[in-house]
Structure formats: structure tokens, C-alpha cells
Design a protein around this ligand. Structure first.
Ligand SMILES: Cc1cc2nc3c(=O)[nH]c(=O)nc-3n(C[C@H](O)[C@H](O)[C@H](O)COP(=O)(O)O)c2cc1C
Length: 270
């Protein structure tokens, strides 16, 4: 079957998921790539969007072994009509647990036909120079794997007449899914002596939780602790003052430093 267009759908506050999705797309070499970046808060109110042709890649980070609720809510604005999809999760070198299965099941509910799935590793949102966790990932080796994965999926799709020629995609994970547990209710704190009030934190926050008036303020009730504001703050004025967040990062550093590799799954021909 021919792939005439490619839709890249993702939620990616610190952009590792976006990078992986774009590299899978690169390997597919399809003209007509459309981006559906669901990271920005405006996407909460997007009109329902019908996907009626081509191939889609849907990518999400893993939060607590699951999909972030915001990603699920935003992806639910899509409707598809038996469109083949590649489901991708990106995790910070701990575990992805039920997230990939959850994304596959969600994609099916929306009307997509999952043909391949991948769990890739991205630098952990809680990683810093002092406490590095999966620092620099996806790296060159990950990028190469993502591109080769895209190429392989393209080869598979071009070798069949219809997606009904493919076996159902089998992915690891459990249902019922792992219960969602919040890591902490902390929100990043702004060091006023460093803050230049440039407003970058406001623009990168996926939940619109940051306001900038006389000072930068973050609403802990809507903050999802994605760390985009911390990562993209030029003078590094934002940080978690809550000691529990540091303890989580230290635990991850101690227990999840051994390099994990992408795990890739692809349907076979029947
Ligand atoms: C609240 C929260 C929970 C997370 N939970 C997990 C997890 O369960 N397992 C894991 O390996 N990484 C976890 N991570 C790390 C992210 O999955 C990882 O950094 C990912 O690359 C972020 O994607 P993004 O760059 O597209 O935002 C978590 C990150 C955050 C912010």
C-alpha cells in the first residue's frame, strides 16, 4: 500500500518524544508531513480532527508507567478511519510499564490501526547537570534506531495491499493498567534574583500553569511537573525547592543508570 502522507501527533514538554517521532518519520521518507503538536495548552480546546488518509505516528512520554492525562485528553480530540498508526512512548530509563499498551488501546479507540510500536529512552525530565539521568538521550545511536525503525515500517506497508494483511500488534503491558500515582504536589520555584522575566517559561508550559506579572508564579494544582520551564529557562532561575523531588532524582540516578535500549515491535504479514 502507498503512504501518501504522514501525521506526526505528539505531546512532548521537554521535546525528547518529538525528536524520536521526527526521526522515525525521517526514516519513512514520506512527502507531505503534517505536525499535530499537542503540547500547547490551546490544543485542549481543539475542534475534533478527522484523520482520513495516510499514516500516523503518535508519541507520548511515560509518566508513572502510564500516559500523562493531558496527553490522553488531547489525543482524544482525534478521530480516525482505519488509519495505520505507529505508537511510540519515550521514558527516562526507569520503566515504561503499561504506557505503550495504553497508547495502543487509546489509538484503537480513536479508530487507528496500530501496525508498530516502540519504547524509546529520553533524558529524564528530572535529570540535571548535578543528577544526570539518561543524559543526552535520545543520542546518535537512538536516532539511528528510530530512523531504521521508520524505514522498516515503510518497507512493511509497501509490501502489503491492505492493513488487513497484518496480524494484530502485540505489545507488552498489563490491563487493568498500573494505578496512576502523583510523584509530588510540588511546583517549580522561581529564584527572583536570577529571573529576567523573559516569559519563556510561560510559553513552554503545556498546561498554562505559569503567570508572569511582577514575578513568575506557578500554580501547583495544574502543574504536571514536566520540567519544561526548568529546562528552557535561560538563566536557570527555576527549580524544585521541595526536597522530595531531589530525593526522587537521586533514587533514579542510583537505581536507573544502567543504559536501556529502545524496544521495537512490528506487525507481521498474515
Ligand atoms: C511526572 C513525570 C513522571 C515520569 N515517570 C516516568 C516513569 O514512570 N518512567 C520513566 O522511565 N520515566 C519517567 N519520566 C521521564 C519521562 O518519561 C522522560 O523524561 C521523557 O523523555 C519525557 O518526554 P518529553 O521530553 O517528550 O517531555 C517521568 C517524567 C515526569 C515529568
Amino acid at each position: 500500500m502507498d503512504i501518501d502522507s504522514l501525521k506526526l501527533v505528539y505531546f512532548s514538554p521537554t521535546r525528547t518524544t518529538q525528536e524520536v517521532v521526527e526521526n522515525i518519520a525521517e526514516g519513512m521518507q514520506v512527502d507531505g508531513v503534517e505536525q499535530y503538536n499537542f503540547t500547547t495548552p490551546e490544543m485542549e480546546t481543539l475542534e475534533y480532527e478527522e484523520v482520513t488518509s495516510g499514516l500516523a505516528i503518535i508519541g507520548s512520554p511515560v509518566y508513572g508507567g502510564r500516559l500523562p492525562l493531558e496527553a490522553v485528553h488531547r489525543f482524544q480530540r482525534l478521530r480516525a478511519n482505519d488509519i495505520p498508526v505507529v505508537v511510540v512512548v519515550v521514558y527516562g530509563n526507569r520503566e515504561y510499564e503499561d504506557a505503550l499498551l495504553e497508547l495502543k488501546n487509546l489509538a484503537e479507540e480513536l479508530g487507528f490501526k496500530p501496525v508498530a510500536g516502540g519504547a524509546f529512552i529520553g533524558e529524564h525530565s528530572f535529570s540535571s547537570n548535578d543528577i544526570p539521568i539518561a543524559k543526552g538521550r535520545p543520542d546518535l545511536a537512538d536516532v539511528k534506531k528510530a530512523q531504521e525503525f521508520g524505514k522498516k515500517i515503510r518497507g512493511l506497508l509497501y509490501s502489503i495491499n491492505s492493513i488487513s494483511n497484518l496480524s494484530p500488534l502485540q505489545l507488552p503491558g498489563n490491563f487493568p493498567y498500573k494505578e496512576w500515582r502523583e510523584s509530588s504536589q510540588a511546583a517549580p520555584f522561581t529564584d527572583e534574583t536570577l529571573c529576567t522575566k523573559c516569559g519563556i517559561c510561560v510559553t513552554v508550559c503545556p498546561t498554562g500553569s505559569i503567570t508572569l506579572n511582577d514575578a513568575v508564579q506557578t500554580d501547583p494544582d495544574t502543574c504536571i511537573r514536566c520540567c519544561a520551564c526548568i529546562k528552557y529557562c535561560p538563566p536557570q532561575a527555576l527549580y524544585f525547592s521541595d526536597p522530595r523531588m531531589k530525593r526522587i532524582a537521586e533514587w533514579l540516578y542510583t537505581n536507573c543508570s544502567e543504559r536501556k535500549e529502545p524496544e521495537l515491535y512490528i506487525s507481521s504479514k498474515v
